[in-house]
Write a protein that binds this ligand. Structure first.
Ligand SMILES: Nc1ncnc2c1ncn2[C@@H]1O[C@H](COP(=O)(O)OP(=O)(O)OP(=O)(O)O)[C@@H](O)[C@H]1O
Ligand SMILES: [Mg+2]
Length: 224
């Protein structure tokens, strides 16, 4: 399988970039993928989560490769990580176009979390324009959304490249991160975990990140 680099970007702060980076990373890691996460946000939220995780599981046992660096170094780091990882996820900072552009330029795919609010929506255009300029395929992920949200439905109608999977407003996303884990680890059958697994599946399908154990099952079935 060719390795894939996924950048998570959105100029608006607090949209859910770090939450999605963590949850997708662990979801794919749990499916046997070699996952690296790269924090180029000076706020260091992803770094903080990984530190807590190291304390919990031990250094080298977090299930993901972690690096934190400034945006201008990202291309070099990504080409190094490409050699021995299946998936590399870059979590980018809000409010800075330069960092976002660099991270998008290094990526094979862009994920843009959007909360159902006008300000989130307006901020999205800048990020989508970057993706278009860099010719990087993109999916917008509606985050913290109620399934019957009128605003959510209205927004969804006007957005191109929308992921089918939407992510609800669920405490478990925050509480699991607080303890250095992810929703799929704390409560694998919770709505939060199921949403993330569905998103990992949907993006995985687009990027042809297949499941090794499924391949194995298919191979067995074919040779039977
Ligand atoms: N689906 C969700 N359900 C509940 N809480 C959420 C959800 N998504 C994000 N949050 C919470 O919202 C806050 C912002 O989320 P997060 O840090 O992931 O956003 P961000 O885009 O990375 O922010 P920044 O732009 O500052 O880097 C956090 O407290 C997080 O726990
Ligand atoms: Mg963040």
């Amino acid at each position: 399988m060719a390795e894939k680099v996924i950048t998570i970007a959105q100029q608006k702060g607090g949209a859910g970039k770090t939450t999605l980076a963590i949850h997708l990373a662990i979801a794919w890691s749990q499916r046997g993928k070699r996952v690296a996460i790269v924090d180029i946000d000076p706020q260091g939220s992803l770094t903080q989560w990984h530190k807590i995780r190291e304390k919990r599981f031990g250094e080298g046992y977090t299930g993901v490769t972690f690096s934190a660096l400034s945006g201008w170094r990202v291309a070099t780091e990504v080409s190094r990580l490409r050699r021995n990882h299946d998936i590399i996820i870059i979590d980018s900072p809000p409010h800075t176009e330069t960092e976002a552009r660099t991270a998008i330029r290094s990526a094979d795919f862009l994920i843009v979390p959007v909360q159902p609010s006008p300000t989130d929506l307006w901020a999205t255009k800048a990020t989508l324009d970057l993706a278009k300029n860099e010719k990087v395929p993109v999916r917008i992920v509606l985050n913290r959304i109620a399934s019957n949200s009128k605003l959510g439905q209205t927004i969804a109608k006007d957005l191109p490249d929308l992921a089918q999977t939407t992510i609800g407003n669920r405490v478990l996303f925050a509480s699991s991160i607080m303890e250095g884990r992810s929703a799929t680890e704390v409560s694998p059958t919770s709505p939060a975990a199921l949403e993330i697994k569905a998103l990992a599946e949907e993006i995985g399908h687009i990027l042809k990140i297949t499941n090794d154990s499924e391949d194995y099952e298919e191979d067995k079935a074919e040779s039977a």
